[in-house]
Design a protein around this ligand. Structure first.
Ligand code: MOS
Length: 745
């Protein structure tokens, strides 16, 4: 027995920069990911995906493949175990039937999983899977997304489809300045560095799954329901996860691995290829958004309408809730928002970093910029004049809303005061230069979680929680939170995560992970410290306290809870080649208490870089004839790389959440929100050409420059209004001449 620890430090570690506690393991290769952990008798499954976009499977020619070297089985809809899909999961939604593999012969989209070939080695499985002949009965398909699709309908998803306050048409008619514009964003894909991978095995009557996911508890719940098992009969581990971005929930790879492990009674691993991820990992739906704004001459909004249409599959309704951002950001006497979806013969989209807010903020924050031009107002001033004092739709008070502080600090650091508002007037050689800004927001919630904290006899502490560190630095942040709560140095705290046996915990999603888990750890650590104060000795087995935040989280006062931010970008546009280069970016955020500045900055900057990618590069193109992608890989799908990324700075203002025990709000997603709009607004400032369709490709810059030059428009209220640009084209607003200048460059 040793003496109970006395506090070695009262210093706060929360708020100070710490490198990742598992950083050395990761850079030396000691950290093992789901697809790398060895198992005796491991077999390998390889998925076979449909080559038609719609129809039925007529036959699966398994016999020749079963004779190939090493092949153990071929699972398809004839012989796969049956699974249950009639349930509501941990996140309050029904499962995407895509995960219910091989239950019928219908093919609802190209890239639909039709068979799993399992073999002794991964190479044998792949060889056999590629040799497997599947015959289909093809039916006509529709993969052509357009906002005005006649089959689009209002859909709720995680929020009501429609909000409706006041008489929009009469407020628009009475407004001195009106903006009516349509914005589009393309299909975008989250492809984390580590592909989806799972190994499943039966271990003494328990299903044991080593996986790469954003929440072990979540995956346990879904697998237990699907395979009709008790929760306690399923264990999911995911110690290290190489990125998720919303794509790493329950997907086909886990289900395929469990099916094969059950049939073969040996461990089976299923890893998605990069190309398969484009069909099976989910993605962000394309959107078509219409924004109508009506303001008085001072820029005060009287009418706001934000309608968004996205797509979903024919088998599952997922809504990209882009109009939701308007429900938080701006109020107006007449305030209408709606999210609609259309079902097409495509894979189901899913959450992707800042679902709703990322595309929604592109439309809304571009529209605000256009309105500022029409009103002759600075775009920051326009936003500050329209700061709501309560939730525009909810009517609830904000827990805190420090958007003004973000803009003030951001403007100071970016040098906004010196900005000449006229577009198309700054030239540096062949480049036209411009700056732009946009606001950002993202919800700040918390999910119930449990944590276990143990004081060991040697004076160290172990925290166990089913958290997922998907690259966010959560493990390190939680170490700092635990150290402060236990009043010891971080070196004496070991945080173990990624194991469902540690008890239920929330997901690494919705920017809620670190906050939810920190709350549970704090609660357990506080109680442990009280227990230690009462006992002089720690027994050899240690002293353990378990917490559960369900009641505490449920008691959160009803308020609008969000992080906010101000994005700034400077761009250079070469109008002879159409190239847009971002020269610098600054984001200033009010995102709660920052636990670890090093990894929080990494999160925010990562989101902002993704905003560059969204603004200028990313676009998944679907071939309407085949129903599949053109170039479904990281050669064909263009993302921002080092050469595209300039100095990107992220910082924050003091903004502790008053209702959170640590003050956390969450930083996972807000970095991308508003980033694309800030860049598009800067492109307008550089060239005088408004780009309402992402990405701002060179051909669009060239085409828009030519169009603009042909029809220069005068500045001032009413100029260049309208959705007339339509898809694939842009109309000019603002001062006359810049387009001409652009063409002359
Ligand atoms: Mo985030 S899109 O909730 O992983």
């Amino acid at each position: 027995m040793t003496t109970a620890t006395t506090p070695t430090t009262a210093k706060s570690h929360v708020g100070t920069a710490h490198t990742r506690v598992e950083g050395r393991d990761k850079v030396t290769g000691a950290a093992r990911y789901a697809g790398e952990i060895p198992f005796a008798e491991l077999a390998h499954g390889w998925l076979v995906l449909s080559t038609v976009a719609r129809g039925r499977i007529r036959s699966v020619e398994s016999e020749p493949v079963l004779a190939m070297p090493g092949v153990l089985t071929v699972l398809d809809h004839h012989n796969a175990p049956r699974v249950e899909t009639d349930y509501v999961g941990m996140l309050g939604v029904r499962p995407d039937p895509t995960c219910a593999l091989f239950q019928h012969d219908r093919v609802p989209h190209r890239g639909w999983p039709v068979a799993l070939v399992v073999a002794e080695t991964s190479e044998q499985a792949r060889e056999a899977a590629e040799a497997l002949v599947v015959h289909y009965e093809e039916e006509p398909h529709d993969v052509a997304f357009r906002g005005e699709h006649p089959d689009a309908y209002p859909a709720d998803g995680f929020m009501p489809a429609v909000t409706d306050k006041g008489d929009l048409e009469s407020e628009l008619a009475a407004s001195a300045v009106v903006l009516d514009a349509e914005y589009t964003t393309p299909e975008e894909h989250h492809n984390p560095m580590e592909p989806h991978a799972a190994t499943a095995r039966w271990d003494g009557g328990r299903l044991d799954v080593v996986d790469s996911n954003q929440g072990a508890t979540w995956v346990v719940g879904e697998l237990a329901k699907m395979f009709s098992l008790d929760l306690g009969a399923v264990r999911v581990r995911s110690e290290h996860v190489g990125g998720g971005f919303g794509s790493k929930g329950v997907r086909v790879h886990q289900v395929a691995a469990v099916m094969a492990a059950t049939v073969l009674q040996r461990p089976v691993r299923v890893v998605l290829t990069r190309r398969q991820m484009f069909s099976l990992a989910g993605y962000r739906s394309p959107t078509t958004q219409r924004v109508r704004l009506g303001a008085d001459a001072d820029g005060r909004l009287h009418a706001l309408e934000h309608h968004s249409t996205s797509l979903t599959s024919t088998v599952h309704e997922f809504v990209e809730p882009s109009a939701g951002v308007a429900r938080v950001m701006y109020d107006a006497d007449a305030h209408h928002t709606a999210n609609r979806v259309v079902r097409l013969d495509v894979p189901t989209p899913t959450w992707m970093r800042a679902p709703g807010e990322a595309p929604g903020s592109f439309a809304l924050e571009s529209a605000l910029d256009e309105l500022a031009v029409k009103c002759g107002l600075d775009p920051i001033e326009l936003r500050l004049r329209n700061e709501p004092d309560k939730g525009p739709v909810s009517g609830l008070p904000f827990s805190s809303r420090n958007l003004r502080a973000c803009f003030e600090e951001g403007a100071r650091r970016f040098g906004w005061a010196d900005r000449d508002p006229r577009p198309g007037t700054r030239r540096e050689g062949r480049w036209l230069l411009g700056t732009g800004t946009a606001a950002a927001s993202f919800g700040a919630g918390a999910l119930p979680s449990t944590a276990v904290v143990t004081a060991q006899a040697d004076g160290t502490f172990t925290v166990r929680i089913a958290a997922a560190d998907i690259g966010t630095g959560a493990r390190t942040a939680l170490t700092l939170v635990a150290a402060d709560a236990l009043q010891v140095t971080p070196e004496r705290v070991r945080v173990r995560i990624g194991d469902s046996d540690f008890g239920p915990a929330g997901i690494a999603g919705g920017s809620m992970g670190t906050r939810s888990w920190a709350w549970a750890i704090l609660m357990a650590a506080d109680e442990l410290r009280e227990r230690l104060a009462l006992s002089a000795d720690i027994p050899p087995e240690g002293i353990t306290v378990r917490s559960d935040t369900t009641a505490a989280v449920g008691a959160l006062a009803q308020k609008e809870r969000h992080s906010f931010g101000a994005q700034f970008a400077e761009v250079a546009v070469d109008v002879t080649t159409g190239e847009v280069r971002v020269r610098r970016m600054l984001g200033v955020f009010a995102a709660g208490r920052i636990v670890n500045p090093l990894t929080a900055r990494n999160q925010l900057v990562g989101g902002m870089i993704w905003g560059i990618s969204m603004a200028l590069h990313e676009e998944a193109v679907r071939d309407h004839a085949s129903g599949g992608h053109v170039g479904a890989d990281l050669a064909g799908y263009h993302v921002a790389t080092h050469a595209d990324v300039p100095v990107v700075e992220a910082d924050w203002v003091d903004d502790p959440d008053p209702d959170d025990p640590v003050g956390i709000k969450g930083v996972g997603e807000i970095g991308i929100v508003g980033a694309a709009a800030a860049i598009a607004n800067a492109v307008w400032h550089a060239t005088g050409v408004r780009h309402r369709n992402l990405p701002i490709r060179p051909d669009r810059v060239l085409l828009a420059g030519a169009q603009d030059g042909a029809a220069p428009q005068a500045a001032g209220a009413g100029a260049g209004a309208g959705a007339g640009g339509g898809r694939g084209a842009s109309t000019a607003t603002g001062a006359g001449g810049p387009g001409t200048g652009a063409r002359d460059a």
